[in-house]
Write a protein that binds this ligand. Structure first.
Ligand code: BG6
Length: 506
């Protein structure tokens, strides 16, 4: 990094889980790889009282526990760059003290006015902190750049997202805002762009003429763990679909950008969102399925149902599974259905994009029905990151029987290539001011607008079923019906890219 980019990295919510698990270990990884400017300090801010020393010790243990790069020799040098101060988020006076502390640290460490403010706080503070920072001039860029980083959720629905937009844009420029969607920080999500636009072989086929349907899955084997309180007000649609999954849809469906400029890429993603066919409220039952995991035995162990989880209402109707069918109404995708699904407590953790190509116009060989979808391109986001092509091949022997075989590439085959974790990449981008992998206001609003009919219907219409599914299974059976209409089935991916099937290696 250019040393002119010396800066102070201020993290609000510094006593929280994200700081400990992701942010500080990621900044440490950057330090170990010499990717921080020489003049760099981090200031942790939260309500809890700690001395610098106490906070440094906490961060030292966090790095030891969650570090992504094994290099203990530099931890002591790194934590000297960390400072701490308390703040009462709602008290304007408290921000004057914060401004004083920042000025003092900058002066003693010869750092210019460049500052990143990272909000790793409850979303209810996303309006007030930026406003109070601006009230003490910490948004002004005359003595160096100022950037504001916000974690999702960006609002709870379209209305609250619009309100948040107005609150933020009152004092801050859009260019100063970086909305983190950690899926965009994943190497394999970025590789969607490269696979599509650096190869001549895929792009000519990437349209309605050759693609039957697109399937995107993001499955998790864990439940809501200790986040029941948050999840109750979120659910799978807000937690995963509105942001992560729609961004993956954006990268899968977008046109080639004119350059790698952030605005060029983000404009193309926005156009996809603007082309999503609006969902009619009366159609929600047909195109959206919701489910909630119920208690079950997984590998001999009893697993709690969602309603028994800590912080969850025993009569909760929050969905832990969501599947959706929709269309992107433009020339490239006209008539091609997109099926997306996400859920907690599914059999395995896997995220992937499956491009199902159209079958041949005439079945010359003894292909069975399975081969209706025999050509698939699978882009595996995680785990066993890679790309798999499925195609038909002659079964050796007499006659012309066809069987489906695999051609696969695994990132793990690239020796000595480290895949940087999403937060490491995104934090580094916030330091460089590269906004390519961050969600822009319009994208966020379009995503909320698209999902509003589903959210409203699920909230208000008591006739829309919430299906139970036993923890450890692939979600409600009704989600199968959704895709069966197209005479297809979901792919049931396994941990290993090349395997699939409802029953997989554990
Ligand atoms: C977060 C959601 O944004 O993404 C979590 O809030 C979810 O509920 C997580 O578990 C999934 O991220 P990943 O990187 O593990 O797929």
């Amino acid at each position: 990094m250019n040393n002119n980019d010396n800066h102070i990295y201020v993290i609000f919510g510094a006593s929280g889980d994200l700081t400990k698990r992701k942010l500080v270990p990621a900044i440490y990884s950057l330090f170990v790889q010499n990717m921080l400017p020489n003049k760099f300090i981090m200031l942790g801010v939260s309500r809890t009282k700690f001395s610098d020393e106490e906070f440094r010790n906490k961060m030292k243990s966090a790095i030891n526990e969650f570090k992504e790069i094994d290099n203990d020799s530099k931890i002591d040098e790194f934590i000297k760059k960390i400072f701490y101060t308390t703040l009462d988020y709602n008290d304007k006076e408290s921000y004057k003290k914060l401004e004083g502390k920042i000025t003092e640290l900058r002066t003693s460490n010869s750092i210019s006015g460049n500052s990143v403010f990272y909000l790793s706080t409850p979303p209810s503070l996303y309006g007030i902190i930026p406003q109070n920072l601006a009230a003490v001039g910490l948004n002004k860029q005359d003595d160096g750049w100022k950037r504001l980083i916000i974690e999702k959720p960006f609002g709870y629905d379209l209305q609250s997202a619009l309100k948040l937009k107005d609150e933020l844009l009152k004092d801050w420029e859009e260019e100063q805002l970086f909305r983190i969607d950690h899926y965009l920080g994943k190497e394999t999500v970025q590789n969607l762009l490269v696979t599509r636009f650096s190869n001549g072989i895929f792009e000519p086929l990437w349209n309605r003429n050759y693609i039957n349907h697109v399937e995107i899955t993001s499955a998790e084997s864990i439940g809501v763990e200790k986040r029941g309180g948050y999840y109750e007000s979120s659910g799978a649609l807000r937690d995963m679909v509105q942001n992560h999954l729609l961004q993956v849809v954006g990268l899968t469906a977008m046109e080639s950008p004119s350059s790698l400029e952030p605005s060029a890429i983000r404009n193309e993603i926005l156009k996809v969102f603007q082309s999503l066919r609006p969902i009619k409220k009366e159609d929600v039952k047909k195109i959206a399925i919701r489910g909630q995991y119920i208690s079950s035995k997984i590998r001999g162990e009893v697993v709690k149902g969602y309603r028994e989880e800590e912080g969850v209402n025993p009569e909760s109707v929050t969905e832990t599974y969501a599947a959706l069918k929709f269309y992107v109404d433009n020339w490239r995708w006209g008539g091609v259905p997109f099926y997306i699904r996400t859920g907690k407590r599914l059999p395995t953790r896997v995220t992937e994009v499956v491009i199902h190509f159209k079958p041949t116009p005439h079945f010359l060989f003894a292909q069975n029905d399975v081969c209706r979808s025999c050509n698939q391109l699978i882009i595996r986001i995680q785990p066993d990151e890679g790309i798999l092509i499925k195609f038909g091949m002659k079964t050796p022997g007499e006659g012309f029987e066809v069987q489906t075989v695999n051609m696969d590439f695994h990132y793990s085959d690239l020796s000595n290539q480290r895949i940087p974790p999403a937060y490491e990449r995104l934090i580094h981008d916030t330091m460089k001011g590269d906004a390519t992998l961050f969600a822009r206001t319009e994208e966020v609003l379009e995503a909320w607008k698209f999902l509003t009919p589903v959210m409203e219907c699920w909230k208000d219409d008591k006739n829309v079923s919430l299906f139970g599914y036993p923890a450890g299974t692939w979600g409600p059976e009704n989600a199968d019906v959704l895709i069966e209409e197209a005479d297809m089935t979901w792919r049931y991916p396994c941990k290993n890219l090349a395997d699939d099937g409802i029953y997989c290696e554990l």
